[in-house]
Design a binder for this molecule. Structure first.
Ligand SMILES: [Zn+2]
Ligand SMILES: [Zn+2]
Length: 74
C-alpha cells in the first residue's frame, strides 16, 4: 500500500500549492476606495468640493489624486 500513500501525499502537496497560489492571487485584488476627503465630506452629509474629486466623481471614479483607488472596471 506504499503507492497509494505516495499518490496521496503528492495530491496533498498539489492541493496545498494550489491553495497557496490561490491565496496569493486573491490578495492583491484592486478595490474601490474613496479618498479620505470624500469619505469625510460624505459623513458630513455632502459631496467633496475638491475640484479633482468633483471631476473624478463625474466619471464615476474615486479621486486618485487624493489617495482614492479604482478597481479595474472592465
Ligand atoms: Zn475628495
Ligand atoms: Zn481629489
Amino acid at each position: 500500500m506504499k503507492f497509494s500513500k505516495i499518490v496521496f501525499s503528492l495530491a496533498a502537496a498539489a492541493f496545498l500549492t494550489l491553495g497557496l497560489m490561490a491565496a496569493d492571487t486573491a490578495k492583491p485584488v484592486a478595490v474601490d476606495k474613496k479618498a479620505g476627503c470624500c469619505v469625510t465630506a460624505e459623513k458630513a452629509g455632502g459631496a467633496c468640493t475638491h475640484g479633482c474629486c468633483v471631476e473624478a466623481a463625474k466619471a464615476n471614479m474615486n479621486c486618485e489624486k487624493c489617495k482614492g483607488t479604482n478597481a479595474a472596471k472592465k
